[in-house]
Design a protein around this ligand. Sequence first.
Ligand SMILES: Nc1nc2c(ncn2[C@@H]2O[C@H](COP(=O)(O)OP(=O)(O)OP(=O)(O)O)[C@@H](O)[C@H]2O)c(=O)[nH]1
Ligand SMILES: [Mg+2]
Length: 364
Amino acid sequence: MRLRRFSGHAASAVMHDVKKALGEDALILGTRELPGGGIEITAATDAEQVVRPLPEGPPPQAAALAANDGRLEVIEGMLRGFDSQLRRMNRGLAVVRSTPVTPAATENAWAALATEARGLAEMLTEHGVPRPLAVEIAKRFGTRSAEGVGFDDALAGAVSDSLPLVEGTATANIRFLVGPTGSGKTTTIAKLAADQVLSGGTPPLLLMGDTVRVGAAEQLGGFARLLDVPMYTIDTPQDLRARVAEAPPGAPIYVDTAGLSSDSSIGASLRDMVDVCEGRAGVTAVVNATAARSSLCRVWEQLEGLRPDSCAVTHMDESDEPGIACSWVEEVGLPLRWLGTGQRVPEDLARATGASLALWLVAA
Ligand SMILES: Nc1nc2c(ncn2[C@@H]2O[C@H](COP(=O)(O)OP(=O)(O)OP(=O)(O)O)[C@@H](O)[C@H]2O)c(=O)[nH]1
Ligand SMILES: [Mg+2]
Protein backbone atom coordinates (compact mmCIF):
# COMPACT_ATOMS: atom_id res chain seq x y z
CA MET A 1 0.00 0.00 0.00
CA ARG A 2 1.34 3.41 -0.98
CA LEU A 3 1.01 5.26 2.28
CA ARG A 4 2.52 8.66 2.97
CA ARG A 5 2.74 10.70 6.12
CA PHE A 6 2.60 14.50 6.30
CA SER A 7 3.11 16.63 9.35
CA GLY A 8 3.04 20.25 10.32
CA HIS A 9 1.68 22.75 12.76
CA ALA A 10 -1.76 23.50 11.32
CA ALA A 11 -4.23 20.96 9.96
CA SER A 12 -5.14 23.17 7.00
CA ALA A 13 -1.49 23.53 5.95
CA VAL A 14 -0.86 19.79 6.27
CA MET A 15 -3.97 19.04 4.21
CA HIS A 16 -2.70 21.47 1.60
CA ASP A 17 0.56 19.44 1.43
CA VAL A 18 -1.42 16.19 1.16
CA LYS A 19 -3.49 17.49 -1.75
CA LYS A 20 -0.46 19.01 -3.45
CA ALA A 21 1.45 15.74 -3.27
CA LEU A 22 -1.35 13.23 -3.80
CA GLY A 23 -4.10 15.18 -5.55
CA GLU A 24 -7.67 16.03 -4.62
CA ASP A 25 -8.73 12.39 -4.35
CA ALA A 26 -6.15 11.47 -1.69
CA LEU A 27 -7.66 9.29 0.98
CA ILE A 28 -7.03 10.39 4.54
CA LEU A 29 -6.43 7.30 6.62
CA GLY A 30 -5.59 8.81 9.95
CA THR A 31 -4.68 11.90 11.92
CA ARG A 32 -2.78 12.14 15.16
CA GLU A 33 -1.36 14.76 17.40
CA LEU A 34 2.43 14.86 17.55
CA PRO A 35 4.02 14.79 21.00
CA GLY A 36 5.86 18.08 20.43
CA GLY A 37 2.74 19.80 19.01
CA GLY A 38 1.37 19.83 15.49
CA ILE A 39 -0.40 17.10 13.64
CA GLU A 40 0.43 14.17 11.42
CA ILE A 41 -1.85 12.98 8.62
CA THR A 42 -1.50 9.59 6.99
CA ALA A 43 -2.85 9.45 3.45
CA ALA A 44 -2.98 6.92 0.62
CA THR A 45 -2.23 7.78 -2.97
CA ASP A 46 -4.43 5.26 -4.63
CA ALA A 47 -8.14 4.85 -3.87
CA GLU A 48 -8.14 1.18 -4.92
CA GLN A 49 -5.59 0.40 -2.26
CA VAL A 50 -8.03 1.02 0.56
CA VAL A 51 -11.02 -0.81 -0.86
CA ARG A 52 -11.63 -4.05 0.96
CA PRO A 53 -9.83 -6.81 -1.01
CA LEU A 54 -12.15 -8.81 -3.21
CA PRO A 55 -12.89 -12.32 -1.96
CA GLU A 56 -11.22 -15.29 -3.66
CA GLY A 57 -13.08 -16.36 -6.78
CA PRO A 58 -15.46 -14.29 -8.88
CA PRO A 59 -17.92 -12.04 -7.02
CA PRO A 60 -21.58 -12.99 -7.46
CA GLN A 61 -22.26 -10.04 -9.80
CA ALA A 62 -19.31 -11.01 -12.00
CA ALA A 63 -20.41 -14.65 -12.08
CA ALA A 64 -23.74 -13.46 -13.42
CA LEU A 65 -21.99 -12.01 -16.44
CA ALA A 66 -21.63 -14.35 -19.38
CA ALA A 67 -18.27 -14.10 -21.16
CA ASN A 68 -19.54 -12.09 -24.13
CA ASP A 69 -22.85 -10.69 -23.05
CA GLY A 70 -21.65 -7.09 -23.42
CA ARG A 71 -23.09 -5.92 -20.11
CA LEU A 72 -20.17 -3.66 -19.33
CA GLU A 73 -22.58 -1.25 -17.74
CA VAL A 74 -23.01 -3.72 -14.86
CA ILE A 75 -19.29 -3.50 -14.15
CA GLU A 76 -19.45 0.24 -14.63
CA GLY A 77 -22.27 0.40 -12.08
CA MET A 78 -20.24 -1.63 -9.59
CA LEU A 79 -17.26 0.68 -10.04
CA ARG A 80 -19.48 3.73 -9.55
CA GLY A 81 -20.71 2.13 -6.36
CA PHE A 82 -17.13 1.79 -5.13
CA ASP A 83 -16.42 5.33 -6.15
CA SER A 84 -19.33 6.82 -4.23
CA GLN A 85 -18.48 4.59 -1.25
CA LEU A 86 -14.96 5.99 -1.27
CA ARG A 87 -16.25 9.52 -1.57
CA ARG A 88 -18.51 8.95 1.45
CA MET A 89 -15.55 7.55 3.42
CA ASN A 90 -13.47 10.54 2.44
CA ARG A 91 -16.20 12.93 3.54
CA GLY A 92 -16.46 11.17 6.87
CA LEU A 93 -12.73 11.47 7.28
CA ALA A 94 -12.92 15.13 6.28
CA VAL A 95 -14.95 15.69 9.43
CA VAL A 96 -12.20 14.02 11.45
CA ARG A 97 -9.70 16.20 9.60
CA SER A 98 -11.59 19.35 10.63
CA THR A 99 -11.10 18.49 14.29
CA PRO A 100 -7.64 16.93 14.27
CA VAL A 101 -6.87 17.82 17.83
CA THR A 102 -8.55 15.96 20.65
CA PRO A 103 -11.05 17.87 22.79
CA ALA A 104 -8.58 17.67 25.69
CA ALA A 105 -5.80 19.19 23.57
CA THR A 106 -8.17 21.96 22.49
CA GLU A 107 -9.10 22.69 26.09
CA ASN A 108 -5.43 22.77 27.11
CA ALA A 109 -4.60 25.10 24.24
CA TRP A 110 -7.61 27.25 25.18
CA ALA A 111 -6.50 27.48 28.79
CA ALA A 112 -2.96 28.40 27.71
CA LEU A 113 -4.15 31.44 25.70
CA ALA A 114 -3.25 34.86 27.05
CA THR A 115 -6.16 36.98 28.25
CA GLU A 116 -6.67 39.00 25.07
CA ALA A 117 -6.32 35.97 22.81
CA ARG A 118 -8.76 34.01 24.98
CA GLY A 119 -11.27 36.86 24.77
CA LEU A 120 -10.92 36.73 21.00
CA ALA A 121 -11.40 32.94 20.95
CA GLU A 122 -14.58 33.38 22.98
CA MET A 123 -15.92 36.00 20.55
CA LEU A 124 -15.14 33.72 17.62
CA THR A 125 -16.99 30.76 19.13
CA GLU A 126 -19.97 33.01 19.88
CA HIS A 127 -20.04 33.69 16.14
CA GLY A 128 -20.11 30.02 15.23
CA VAL A 129 -16.40 29.32 14.80
CA PRO A 130 -15.71 25.79 16.16
CA ARG A 131 -13.42 25.73 19.22
CA PRO A 132 -10.36 24.11 17.53
CA LEU A 133 -10.39 26.71 14.75
CA ALA A 134 -11.03 29.53 17.24
CA VAL A 135 -7.96 28.40 19.21
CA GLU A 136 -5.88 28.28 16.03
CA ILE A 137 -6.91 31.84 15.06
CA ALA A 138 -6.40 33.12 18.62
CA LYS A 139 -2.94 31.56 18.85
CA ARG A 140 -1.89 33.19 15.58
CA PHE A 141 -3.39 36.47 16.76
CA GLY A 142 -1.42 36.16 20.03
CA THR A 143 1.86 35.62 18.19
CA ARG A 144 1.31 38.72 16.07
CA SER A 145 0.22 40.82 19.06
CA ALA A 146 3.36 39.79 20.93
CA GLU A 147 5.36 41.09 17.96
CA GLY A 148 3.68 44.47 18.39
CA VAL A 149 1.13 44.23 15.57
CA GLY A 150 -2.10 46.17 16.29
CA PHE A 151 -5.39 44.38 17.06
CA ASP A 152 -7.06 44.77 13.64
CA ASP A 153 -4.01 43.75 11.62
CA ALA A 154 -3.16 40.88 13.96
CA LEU A 155 -6.70 39.56 13.68
CA ALA A 156 -6.85 39.98 9.89
CA GLY A 157 -3.52 38.15 9.53
CA ALA A 158 -4.58 35.35 11.86
CA VAL A 159 -7.86 34.85 9.98
CA SER A 160 -6.24 34.85 6.55
CA ASP A 161 -3.66 32.29 7.73
CA SER A 162 -6.37 30.02 9.14
CA LEU A 163 -9.01 30.03 6.40
CA PRO A 164 -8.53 29.23 2.70
CA LEU A 165 -8.91 32.43 0.66
CA VAL A 166 -8.73 32.97 -3.08
CA GLU A 167 -5.66 35.01 -3.88
CA GLY A 168 -5.58 37.39 -6.84
CA THR A 169 -8.37 37.89 -9.34
CA ALA A 170 -10.32 35.21 -11.17
CA THR A 171 -8.60 33.88 -14.27
CA ALA A 172 -11.46 31.98 -15.96
CA ASN A 173 -13.58 34.38 -18.01
CA ILE A 174 -16.62 32.11 -17.79
CA ARG A 175 -17.90 31.79 -14.25
CA PHE A 176 -20.75 29.58 -13.09
CA LEU A 177 -22.45 30.41 -9.83
CA VAL A 178 -23.98 27.30 -8.33
CA GLY A 179 -25.61 26.51 -5.02
CA PRO A 180 -28.81 25.73 -3.19
CA THR A 181 -32.05 27.53 -4.02
CA GLY A 182 -32.24 31.06 -2.69
CA SER A 183 -28.59 31.21 -1.63
CA GLY A 184 -27.98 34.43 -3.58
CA LYS A 185 -26.60 33.29 -6.96
CA THR A 186 -28.54 35.77 -9.10
CA THR A 187 -27.95 38.69 -6.72
CA THR A 188 -24.22 37.94 -6.61
CA ILE A 189 -24.06 37.89 -10.41
CA ALA A 190 -25.91 41.22 -10.50
CA LYS A 191 -23.38 42.66 -8.03
CA LEU A 192 -20.41 41.37 -10.04
CA ALA A 193 -21.84 42.59 -13.33
CA ALA A 194 -22.71 46.02 -11.91
CA ASP A 195 -19.25 46.36 -10.45
CA GLN A 196 -17.72 45.51 -13.82
CA VAL A 197 -19.90 48.04 -15.65
CA LEU A 198 -19.37 50.81 -13.07
CA SER A 199 -15.61 50.32 -13.12
CA GLY A 200 -15.59 50.80 -16.90
CA GLY A 201 -14.47 47.26 -17.75
CA THR A 202 -15.62 45.24 -20.78
CA PRO A 203 -19.38 44.78 -20.34
CA PRO A 204 -20.19 41.29 -19.11
CA LEU A 205 -22.45 38.77 -20.79
CA LEU A 206 -25.09 37.20 -18.54
CA LEU A 207 -26.41 33.72 -19.25
CA MET A 208 -29.35 32.17 -17.46
CA GLY A 209 -29.18 28.40 -17.21
CA ASP A 210 -32.14 28.11 -14.83
CA THR A 211 -35.02 26.86 -16.91
CA VAL A 212 -36.65 25.34 -13.81
CA ARG A 213 -37.90 28.24 -11.71
CA VAL A 214 -40.67 30.46 -13.06
CA GLY A 215 -39.42 34.04 -13.24
CA ALA A 216 -35.70 33.18 -13.02
CA ALA A 217 -34.90 34.63 -16.48
CA GLU A 218 -37.03 37.74 -15.80
CA GLN A 219 -35.09 38.40 -12.57
CA LEU A 220 -31.67 38.28 -14.25
CA GLY A 221 -33.09 40.04 -17.34
CA GLY A 222 -34.22 42.91 -15.09
CA PHE A 223 -30.70 43.43 -13.81
CA ALA A 224 -29.30 43.12 -17.36
CA ARG A 225 -31.67 45.85 -18.61
CA LEU A 226 -30.71 48.17 -15.78
CA LEU A 227 -27.04 47.67 -16.56
CA ASP A 228 -27.57 47.66 -20.32
CA VAL A 229 -25.73 44.36 -20.81
CA PRO A 230 -26.86 41.34 -22.86
CA MET A 231 -28.61 38.40 -21.20
CA TYR A 232 -29.63 35.13 -22.85
CA THR A 233 -31.33 32.01 -21.63
CA ILE A 234 -29.46 28.79 -22.34
CA ASP A 235 -31.31 25.49 -22.45
CA THR A 236 -28.56 23.12 -23.49
CA PRO A 237 -24.76 22.83 -23.46
CA GLN A 238 -24.87 23.58 -27.21
CA ASP A 239 -26.69 26.91 -26.52
CA LEU A 240 -23.99 27.76 -24.02
CA ARG A 241 -21.20 26.93 -26.46
CA ALA A 242 -22.81 29.13 -29.15
CA ARG A 243 -23.27 32.10 -26.80
CA VAL A 244 -19.71 31.82 -25.54
CA ALA A 245 -18.40 31.73 -29.13
CA GLU A 246 -20.28 34.97 -29.95
CA ALA A 247 -19.15 36.84 -26.82
CA PRO A 248 -16.90 39.87 -27.38
CA PRO A 249 -13.25 39.08 -26.59
CA GLY A 250 -12.41 39.70 -22.95
CA ALA A 251 -16.02 39.94 -21.80
CA PRO A 252 -16.57 38.22 -18.46
CA ILE A 253 -19.38 35.67 -18.80
CA TYR A 254 -21.49 34.92 -15.73
CA VAL A 255 -23.69 31.83 -15.85
CA ASP A 256 -26.62 31.79 -13.44
CA THR A 257 -27.94 28.34 -12.57
CA ALA A 258 -30.91 26.54 -11.09
CA GLY A 259 -30.83 25.98 -7.34
CA LEU A 260 -29.51 22.60 -6.31
CA SER A 261 -32.19 20.66 -4.49
CA SER A 262 -32.95 17.04 -3.75
CA ASP A 263 -33.43 16.61 -7.53
CA SER A 264 -29.96 15.36 -8.49
CA SER A 265 -30.69 15.76 -12.22
CA ILE A 266 -30.10 19.53 -11.85
CA GLY A 267 -26.52 18.88 -10.75
CA ALA A 268 -25.97 16.40 -13.58
CA SER A 269 -27.14 18.80 -16.29
CA LEU A 270 -25.04 21.57 -14.75
CA ARG A 271 -22.00 19.32 -14.97
CA ASP A 272 -22.67 18.96 -18.73
CA MET A 273 -22.79 22.74 -19.06
CA VAL A 274 -19.47 23.16 -17.23
CA ASP A 275 -17.86 20.38 -19.27
CA VAL A 276 -18.77 21.95 -22.59
CA CYS A 277 -16.56 24.94 -21.64
CA GLU A 278 -13.55 22.59 -21.78
CA GLY A 279 -11.56 24.00 -18.87
CA ARG A 280 -12.29 27.67 -19.63
CA ALA A 281 -14.90 27.93 -16.87
CA GLY A 282 -14.58 28.39 -13.15
CA VAL A 283 -17.29 27.35 -10.73
CA THR A 284 -18.10 29.30 -7.57
CA ALA A 285 -20.31 27.69 -4.94
CA VAL A 286 -22.73 30.19 -3.37
CA VAL A 287 -23.93 29.33 0.13
CA ASN A 288 -25.93 31.22 2.72
CA ALA A 289 -24.25 32.12 6.02
CA THR A 290 -27.50 31.49 7.88
CA ALA A 291 -27.56 27.84 6.73
CA ALA A 292 -27.11 25.10 9.31
CA ARG A 293 -23.94 23.03 9.16
CA SER A 294 -26.00 19.95 8.32
CA SER A 295 -27.50 21.70 5.24
CA LEU A 296 -24.05 22.79 4.10
CA CYS A 297 -22.77 19.22 4.42
CA ARG A 298 -25.80 17.90 2.53
CA VAL A 299 -25.46 20.37 -0.34
CA TRP A 300 -21.74 19.54 -0.60
CA GLU A 301 -22.78 16.08 -1.83
CA GLN A 302 -23.98 17.81 -5.01
CA LEU A 303 -21.58 20.74 -5.11
CA GLU A 304 -18.53 18.51 -4.95
CA GLY A 305 -19.43 16.86 -8.28
CA LEU A 306 -19.32 20.30 -9.96
CA ARG A 307 -15.71 20.76 -8.81
CA PRO A 308 -16.05 24.34 -7.54
CA ASP A 309 -12.80 26.29 -7.33
CA SER A 310 -14.11 28.87 -4.86
CA CYS A 311 -16.98 29.85 -2.63
CA ALA A 312 -19.12 32.92 -2.00
CA VAL A 313 -20.78 33.13 1.40
CA THR A 314 -23.84 35.39 1.26
CA HIS A 315 -26.22 36.77 3.90
CA MET A 316 -23.28 37.49 6.20
CA ASP A 317 -25.31 40.46 7.43
CA GLU A 318 -28.19 38.26 8.53
CA SER A 319 -26.24 35.51 10.27
CA ASP A 320 -25.62 35.33 14.01
CA GLU A 321 -23.07 32.59 13.44
CA PRO A 322 -21.21 33.26 10.17
CA GLY A 323 -18.36 31.18 11.58
CA ILE A 324 -20.33 28.02 10.76
CA ALA A 325 -20.19 28.59 7.00
CA CYS A 326 -16.66 30.01 7.15
CA SER A 327 -15.31 26.99 9.00
CA TRP A 328 -17.21 24.66 6.67
CA VAL A 329 -15.28 26.07 3.71
CA GLU A 330 -12.08 25.26 5.61
CA GLU A 331 -13.36 21.74 6.24
CA VAL A 332 -14.14 21.01 2.59
CA GLY A 333 -11.06 22.90 1.39
CA LEU A 334 -12.95 25.43 -0.75
CA PRO A 335 -11.22 28.83 -0.96
CA LEU A 336 -13.43 31.79 -0.12
CA ARG A 337 -13.73 34.36 -2.88
CA TRP A 338 -16.62 36.71 -2.02
CA LEU A 339 -18.81 37.70 0.91
CA GLY A 340 -22.40 38.83 0.35
CA THR A 341 -23.11 41.42 3.01
CA GLY A 342 -26.59 42.70 2.11
CA GLN A 343 -29.11 43.13 -0.68
CA ARG A 344 -27.73 46.30 -2.25
CA VAL A 345 -26.31 45.94 -5.78
CA PRO A 346 -23.37 46.28 -6.15
CA GLU A 347 -22.31 47.73 -2.77
CA ASP A 348 -22.93 44.66 -0.65
CA LEU A 349 -20.30 42.35 -2.08
CA ALA A 350 -16.83 42.18 -0.56
CA ARG A 351 -13.79 40.23 -1.60
CA ALA A 352 -13.03 37.67 1.10
CA THR A 353 -9.87 38.77 2.88
CA GLY A 354 -8.60 38.35 6.41
CA ALA A 355 -9.76 41.90 7.19
CA SER A 356 -13.24 41.61 5.62
CA LEU A 357 -13.88 38.25 7.31
CA ALA A 358 -12.60 39.43 10.67
CA LEU A 359 -15.23 42.18 10.68
CA TRP A 360 -18.02 39.60 10.56
CA LEU A 361 -16.44 36.90 12.72
CA VAL A 362 -16.14 39.18 15.74
CA ALA A 363 -18.93 41.67 14.92
CA ALA A 364 -20.92 42.90 17.92
N1 LIG B 1 -29.43 40.20 3.40
C1 LIG B 1 -28.95 39.67 2.29
N2 LIG B 1 -29.78 39.26 1.33
C2 LIG B 1 -29.25 38.70 0.22
C3 LIG B 1 -27.87 38.54 0.03
N3 LIG B 1 -27.67 37.94 -1.18
C4 LIG B 1 -28.89 37.74 -1.69
N4 LIG B 1 -29.87 38.21 -0.86
C5 LIG B 1 -31.31 38.15 -1.02
O1 LIG B 1 -31.69 36.77 -0.97
C6 LIG B 1 -32.80 36.55 -1.81
C7 LIG B 1 -32.48 35.41 -2.78
O2 LIG B 1 -31.44 35.84 -3.62
P1 LIG B 1 -31.28 35.30 -5.11
O3 LIG B 1 -30.10 35.99 -5.69
O4 LIG B 1 -32.55 35.40 -5.86
O5 LIG B 1 -30.96 33.78 -4.82
P2 LIG B 1 -30.75 32.61 -5.87
O6 LIG B 1 -29.70 31.71 -5.35
O7 LIG B 1 -30.50 33.17 -7.22
O8 LIG B 1 -32.16 31.89 -5.81
P3 LIG B 1 -32.77 30.80 -6.84
O9 LIG B 1 -32.50 31.32 -8.21
O10 LIG B 1 -34.23 30.78 -6.50
O11 LIG B 1 -32.11 29.50 -6.54
C8 LIG B 1 -33.09 37.87 -2.50
O12 LIG B 1 -34.12 38.52 -1.79
C9 LIG B 1 -31.79 38.65 -2.36
O13 LIG B 1 -31.98 40.04 -2.35
C10 LIG B 1 -26.99 38.96 1.08
O14 LIG B 1 -25.75 38.83 1.03
N5 LIG B 1 -27.58 39.51 2.18
MG1 LIG C 1 -31.53 32.85 -8.99
